[in-house]
Design a protein around this ligand. Structure first.
Ligand code: PHE
Length: 441
């Protein structure tokens, strides 16, 4: 992305933005969060938070990024000189770095699984997939090597730049992933006892309706839409003015919800049909996916393809995370891009080491009762992202005059009024209430 590169096409931008959004959030995190938080109620709240809070703030990020055409910090500085709004950019930098530090650990798990799939050691009757997952993530040498390899892949793509790397990768991977999920869904839903999983997803158990679930659902909506940490500000800074940001944001949100639900529809019927517990935590997808493929003819082959696709989905998100850090680190000195990418990737790798070891030799090391991995996740998801989203919402709602935001909005007056009401009042109040209630829960 030397100087100010731009996206080559509208579909390219939507796919890249969707690629940044759709990743581990929808496929890995959503199912296990739903699994450990009562299923249906969490899913319902997640959709609500996505549509009424996440989407409007995503539109705000697109607006800010496209107007600024700079990295987040300089963008806020240019649009609000001598005001402290640029701190949002700093928050984004720290949050994206921290997210990537544990995101790359999970990326490493995917590489581990991919290698095992290729060497055929994930197939064969009677494998205990839960035990296998435990073995993989607790092996210190393997997790660190895999995490390093994943960071290296991310780094190489970020260096290739917008058109060459991100856009091309996103273009063919997303549709393929979709088709694969549908195939898996068909297998999963036709297993004996699958209906229990559907009930788990859609028949509400209201006892889970509380502030904690709501904060987790909100955090999940932000995380999986990539909202609140300036990632979408960064991407849309490469966006030409002719694009309609409202429809782009809507498409991203729809695809994201669809993939999340689809991932759930693959996982939960199989969980119940094959006698697993939905409360496996971070291992859920890694345990259930091989278990479902085992039920398919040529499962071993499909499993390889699946992990390749999952790897792509993950990388299109990890490059967004690294891109935020690099674009800020480089600022206007774009010739320093290469060195900066290496430097930041190395720092993030080092920060991620305790997360990588959290399920093995460092499992006794806890902060606030959480291992390092969970702590980094909690800090970013439940604190930094909501605060970032809150500030971005206020910036778009109040710093921009109504005339400016209406011009940028390029959509119907009714939608504009609704959006303005949300970013000015509804989203900020909701985020504050949820944060405060959670703090005193
Ligand atoms: N949305 C990405 C995912 O779901 C994660 C992400 C968060 C990416 C924030 C960029 C910024 O996997």
């Amino acid at each position: 992305m030397s100087s100010r590169d731009q996206f080559a096409s509208k579909i390219g931008f939507i796919l890249a933005a969707a690629g940044s959004a759709i990743g581990l959030g929808a496929i890995w995190k959503f199912p296990y969060m739903a699994g450990t938080n009562g299923g249906s109620v969490f899913i319902f709240l997640f959709i609500l938070c996505t549509v009424f809070i996440g989407l409007p703030i995503l539109i705000a990020e697109f607006m800010i990024g496209r107007r600024g055409q700079l990295d987040p910090i300089n963008s806020f500085k240019a649009q609000a000189p001598s005001k402290p709004w640029y701190m949002i950019g700093w928050l984004g930098l720290v949050a994206c770095g921290l997210i990537l530090s544990f995101y790359s650990v999970v990326g490493g798990w995917i590489l581990s699984y991919l290698f095992r799939a290729i060497s055929m050691s994930l197939t064969g009757q009677g494998l205990d997939f839960a035990a296998l997952f435990g073995e993989i993530i607790s092996n210190p040498v393997e997790v660190l090597m895999a995490q390093g390899a994943f960071m290296l892949l991310t780094l190489l793509i970020v260096q290739a730049g917008i058109k060459g790397g991100i856009e091309v990768a996103s273009k063919w991977m997303m549709p393929l992933l979709f088709i694969f999920f549908i195939l898996l869904f068909i297998r999963s839903i036709t297993l004996d006892g699958a209906m229990e999983g559907i009930k788990f997803m859609f028949v509400p158990d209201w006892s889970y309706l509380n502030a904690k679930t709501l904060l987790l659902a909100l955090g999940q909506a932000f995380f999986s839409l990539s909202v609140g940490v300036s990632a979408m500000i960064t991407y849309s800074s490469y966006l030409p003015r002719t694009e309609n940001i409202v429809s782009s944001a809507r498409n991203v949100a729809i695809m994201n919800i669809a993939i999340s639900i689809l991932a759930g529809l693959v996982i939960f019927p199989a969980v119940f049909a094959l006698g697993y517990s939905p409360e496996q935590g971070p291992g859920l997808v890694f345990i259930m996916i091989p278990a479902v493929f085992e039920q398919l003819p040529m499962g071993g082959l499909f499993l390889i393809i699946f992990f390749i696709l999952l790897l792509f989905a993950t990388i299109t998100s990890s490059i967004a995370l690294l891109e935020v850090v690099v674009s800020i680190g480089v600022g206007k000195k774009t010739q320093a891009r290469k060195r900066a990418s290496w430097l930041f990737a190395t720092i993030i790798f080092i920060v991620g080491i305790p997360s990588a070891l959290s399920y093995g030799i460092m499992s006794d090391f806890t902060i606030m009762g959480k291992n390092f991995f969970d702590f980094a996740d909690y800090l970013t998801n439940s604190i930094m992202m909501p605060i970032g989203a809150l500030l971005i919402s206020l910036f778009a709602g109040f710093h921009y005059s109504k005339k400016i935001s209406q011009e940028e909005f390029q959509s119907s007056p009714f939608l504009f009024k609704t959006w303005l009401l949300i970013v000015r009042y509804i989203a900020p109040i909701a985020i504050i209430v949820i944060l405060v209630r959670q703090a005193f829960a």
